[in-house]
Design a protein around this ligand. Structure first.
Ligand SMILES: [Fe+2]
Length: 262
């Protein structure tokens, strides 16, 4: 079985629209372990208009969850994180030390855009983060309507140095054919960096990591799959990710062909 790291999930109990209680969280953690997941970044929603999960609270709750996992002999290591929603207040939140990065060196930021659009100020904010040495990891671009309508926007952010986290369940069809196809196109265009589960519950939004990696190795080969797995580890460790073999930024003509626009 492949050993996997999950960078994005909502199984910290009682903090957002994911797991409602500790019992459910332990059950979900067991499913993750069965999938082959050994390490997990817990990423409750933060500053998305519905949920605030402050850094100090997430750290305390993650420690309590780890204790409960250990007590139940679930062999999973969890780390505190946040799924940070893009907002004009992000910089102040970073300055206030209320943001959890994917790694302890504060290099990789798990960042969510609204589902229905790519806000005008996104590029500017991404540049401002990068100017501080932060690499944004854009989560589930394959489910964003703005990117679907204009995939070149995603190309531009990747060319600018952002990473992208594709959702395992999107790739295996949980969100329908359209999202599945767009996930495949992003991977084929060399604009994906890593898979994560974004798991919320037992049905529907579950892990699907093993299925996604199996599909990826059939479609793109073992080496490509290994790179996606190594990238998850590099992000959580704050190390450089491998971009060369998977993240090729094409010239404009080729790019249009990739998206099937002509
Ligand atoms: Fe999420």
């Amino acid at each position: 079985m492949i050993r996997m790291i999950d960078l994005h999930c909502h199984i910290l109990p009682g903090v957002d629209d994911g797991s409602p209680d500790m019992g459910t969280s332990i059950g979900l953690a067991k499913v993750a372990v069965e999938q082959g997941i050994t390490h997990m970044l817990l990423t409750p929603h933060h500053m998305d208009g519905d949920y605030l999960n402050h850094k100090a609270d997430v750290i305390a709750k993650t420690t309590a969850f780890q204790e409960e996992l250990d007590r139940n002999q679930v062999r999973l290591t969890v780390f505190p994180g946040q799924e940070v929603h893009i907002t004009g207040e992000l910089m102040q939140a970073i300055d206030r030390d209320d943001i959890l990065f994917a790694d302890e060196s504060n290099r990789y930021l798990i960042l969510e855009l609204p589902h229905n659009e790519v806000p005008e100020y996104t590029s500017k904010l991404l540049f401002a983060l990068q100017a501080r040495g932060i690499t944004p990891v854009l989560v589930h671009p394959e489910r964003n309507q703005g990117f679907m309508q204009d995939p070149d926007k995603l190309y531009d952010f990747v060319a600018q140095g952002c990473l992208t986290q594709l959702t395992a369940s999107s790739y295996v069809g949980v969100f329908g054919q359209h999202v599945q196809k767009f996930t495949e196109q992003i991977i084929d265009a060399g604009l994906g960096s890593v898979f994560a589960s974004d798991a919320h519950n037992f049905k529907g939004r579950n892990f699907k990591m093993a299925q996604a990696f199996e599909k990826l190795s059939k479609a793109k080969g073992e080496r490509f799959t290994e790179i996606y797995q190594e990238n998850a580890k590099s992000i959580i460790n704050g190390d450089d990710v491998i971009l060369g073999e998977i993240h090729h930024v094409h010239d404009k003509k080729k790019r249009k062909k990739l998206w099937g626009l002509f």
